[in-house]
Structures are given as C-alpha cells and as structure tokens.
Design a protein around this ligand. Structure first.
Ligand code: ASP
Length: 331
C-alpha cells in the first residue's frame, strides 16, 4: 500500500460559489476533495493535510516558502511515499518551482489544481487529483523534482507556465515539452530534468520585484522599486536581453549598491545573453553589472533570487549560484 499525503492550499479546485453570493471563494476542505474522487485509486492510501485555504493570487513568497518546508517535513517520514499539493493555478508554477529548489527529498512532489471550480458540474478537479496521486505513488516520479500534473500531463516546475486563462489544458512547458503523462492507471515518464538545482535557504526574501519592459519604458519603476527597499529586481527585457535607452545608466549605481538586477526576456522561449550595444543593449547592461537569467522566465528568476538571498552568502556566491541554476555558467 502506497501512502500519499494530500496537502491542500485552496485555489479553484477547492472553491465554489456560495448560495446568495456572486463570487467564487476557497471553501472546500481536503476531506471533501478526497470524498469527491471518482477513481478508487486502489492500493493507495491518501492522508489529508489542510495547510491553508486561499486563492493562489493571495499567496506570497513567505507562504510558498513555508509550504516547501512543510513538504520537506512530510517527506522526511519514512512511511510517506510522496505528496500531492492542491493549489490555485494562478501562481502554481511559482510555488512549484520554489519547492523544486528547496525540497531535499527525492520522493515525488506533485502540484495540481483545476480550472473549473468544485461547484461546477464539469469540474476538472477530481480527475486531476487522481492523476496527481497516481504520479506521486509512482516510483518513476522519484527524482523528477517538484512537478505539475494537469490534464494528464506531467511538467517540470522549472519549465512549466500557465498559458491559458480558462482552458483545462492550461499548463505548457514552452520550448521543453512535458516530462511524461498519465494514461488511465499508468504513469509514463519520458525524460528527467537535467537542470535541477538545490538551494539551502534559511529564509526567503520577499522584496524581489519583477517588471516587464515595453517599447520606450523608462527606468523610473526600477528606481522606485529600489528606493522602496527592493533587494533584487528582475526585468523582463526584450528578446535576447535588451532594454530601452536609459536602463544601463540607471542600473549601474543600483548594482554598485549591492542590489542584483537580473535580465530575463519577454519571449516565451530561449535564453538571454549579452550581445548588443547601442545604449542599453545586452552588452551595455552586462557592463552595468546585470546578471542574465538564461532560459529562466522572469517569474522563475524572481523565485530563484528570493531564495538565494535567503542564505548567509555574499553577492559573489549569489551570482555564481544564480548562473548555475539558470544554466548559463556552462556557456
Ligand atoms: N484564481 C484561482 C487561483 O489561483 C485560479 C485557479 O485556482 O485555477 O486560486
């Protein structure tokens, strides 16, 4: 008999519209989610663990950090074979990547959720939980790191993103592809992530901002964020990692003060690299002291920065580890 812990956090999967109210809120317990499963999941024992009950748009970095710590504690129990975390889809990829970076166990950590709430007669929640449980109970899922299982597909926490606001097959690993899939009672793993990185963080630093650049953006938001106490800033720049005029000059004194500025891309695939000049092209930004996020999206680069800052390490180590986790130290 496999033993799987079902850790619930709220989200659409555990939400419904209360009678007399015009809004959908998280109000369904873990015990109810378990009771509503259609799949008997023979040979698998599910233990419910209600961690919190919020829409994932209300998650913050300290809550995601304590969720990852909780997962690690649960998996330290020799009796537990894996965990399933039910979570809102809005920020699931961020909590999942944080768990991927922090959890020490190689047992399966599987996030899932739903796009159609628990009160919807056609909710996708029960089948997603059942498939997530099958993955968590599968020896094949060991060593994959934290994954999202959704609409039969298995995605790596480092690579996955929510791609559609409402479709049930919202999760994609653009440019990478899924790790595997669930087909009925069977779990198929096709590949294992080769870019995993562990961070031994004592805490998370939530003051890490993310800003997206547009044609002609000014660096005013960046300067404002730093003036308000940001400890690192990720900018989603253009293409290979280029910015509008003025950014290189604004970034240099910020980096000099010890605040890392990280350059990700607005593109959904590929990696940032210093190539162009011309004012605030990637080479100019590199000269100003930025770090490049490689193939990590802006969202994932922010999560990585927030946990790397939560260690008693200086900036040189931060840069070395950031570049290793981003896969660019090998370039
Ligand atoms: N708004 C919801 C949330 O993230 C969306 C979902 O769960 O699918 O909590």
């Amino acid at each position: 008999m496999s033993k799987i812990r079902l850790i619930t956090t709220g989200g659409t999967i555990a939400s419904s519209r209360k009678e007399g109210s015009d809004r959908v809120v998280a109000n369904v317990s873990g015990a109810e989610l378990k009771a509503r499963l259609h799949d008997p999941l023979e040979g698998i024992d599910i233990e419910v663990d209600d961690f919190c009950s919020v829409g994932s748009f209300a998650f913050d970095l300290p809550l995601a950090f304590s969720l990852a710590q909780h997962i690690d504690t649960v998996l330290a129990d020799a009796e537990c074979d894996g965990v399933v975390v039910t979570h809102g889809t809005d920020t699931m990829e961020e909590s999942c990547y944080m768990a991927d970076l922090l959890v020490t166990s190689n047992k399966p950590v599987v996030f899932t959720g739903a796009q159609r709430h628990a009160g919807d007669p056609d909710t996708d929640g029960p089948r997603n939980i059942a498939e997530a449980v099958r993955v968590a109970a599968s020896p094949q899922a060991r060593g994959l790191g934290a994954v999202i299982v959704f609409e039969q597909d298995i995605h790596a926490g480092r690579e996955v993103t929510k791609a559609h606001t409402s479709r049930v097959d919202t999760f994609r690993s653009n440019g990478y592809g899924k790790l595997g899939e669930v087909d009925g009672k069977n779990v198929f793993v096709y590949r294992k992530p080769a870019q995993r990185f562990h961070v031994d963080a004592q805490e998370v630093v939530p003051e890490v901002e993310l800003m997206k650049l547009a044609m002609g953006s000014s660096p005013a938001f960046l300067e404002f964020a730093v003036a308000r106490g940001a400890r690192a800033v990720v900018i989603e720049a253009f293409g290979r990692g280029n910015a509008p005029n003025g950014f290189a000059d604004a970034i240099a004194p910020i980096v000099e003060r010890g605040v890392p500025v990280i350059v990700a891309s607005r593109c959904h695939e590929g990696r940032t690299r210093p190539i162009y000049g011309g004012g605030s092209g990637g080479k100019d930004l590199a000269d100003a002291g930025v770090m490049f996020s490689g193939d990590l999206s802006g969202l994932k680069a922010r999560i990585l920065a927030s946990v790397l800052l939560g260690r008693a390490e200086g900036m040189d180590q931060f840069r070395r580890d950031f570049e290793r986790a981003a896969g660019i130290s090998a370039i």
